[in-house]
Design a protein around this ligand. Structure first.
Ligand code: AMP
Length: 190
């Protein structure tokens, strides 16, 4: 059973890769960004609050995220899972580790996609034109990147230190297909 986490700054392509690998391994792709975006469509009081936070590029509260993820993991992760965009804070990481321990699970692979800020900025602005996401504007990109550096990078650093045997740094500047094949090679090797 494969339980996989994708880390990387916004725009690094972790969503694209997580989706491709989920199809390849036939695992559920749990993208917290996608789940939250679909919650926004429900047009209730929570959705208005979520829309405000997300379009500003800020992080949604840990309580909301931990509830969403535990619900999804309990209902959809019987064969394994791919987490994309979670954990993003130390509190979420603590929650996930407890969940994993309590359910006698293991993290099989952690992929950390690296990319330079200039390239990332260009990519996100291109995606803004193609997908029309509210948080794909320059101001929100800068806030999201700052949140990544300050809050999420310490989480991936900690995973790297404690799981060196299944933590893989991936070059995110490469072409999409090249990155996918590198990840598939790692999956085949071990
Ligand atoms: P993403 O699609 O992963 O870039 O996520 C889009 C937005 O959803 C983020 O900028 C946050 O506002 C929110 N979000 C997604 N995942 C999380 C998380 N694990 N913790 C807090 N906020 C999140």
């Amino acid at each position: 059973m494969n339980n996989i986490i994708f880390f990387g700054p916004p725009g690094a392509g972790k969503g694209t890769q997580a989706k491709k690998i989920a199809e390849y391994l036939n695992l559920p792709h749990l993208s917290t960004g996608d789940i939250l975006r679909s919650k926004i469509q429900q047009k209730d009081p929570l959705s208005t609050k979520l829309k405000e936070i997300m379009s500003a590029g800020k992080l949604v509260s840990d309580d909301i995220l931990n509830e969403i993820v535990s619900e999804k993991l309990l209902s959809e992760s019987k064969k394994g899972f791919i987490l994309d965009g979670y954990p993003r804070t130390l509190d979420q990481s603590f929650f996930l580790k407890n969940f994993i321990k309590n359910n006698s699970l293991k993290i099989s692979y952690i992929f950390n996609i690296n990319i330079q800020f200039d390239i990332l900025k260009e990519r996100i602005l291109k995606r803004a034109k193609e997908e029309g996401r509210d948080d794909d504007n320059l101001n929100a990109i800068e806030i999201r990147y700052k949140a990544y550096l300050e809050t999420t990078q310490p989480v991936s650093d900690e995973f790297k230190i404690n799981n060196p045997e299944n933590f893989y740094e991936i070059e995110g500047n490469d072409e999409i297909e090249q990155i996918t094949s590198k990840i598939k090679k790692i999956l085949k090797k071990s």
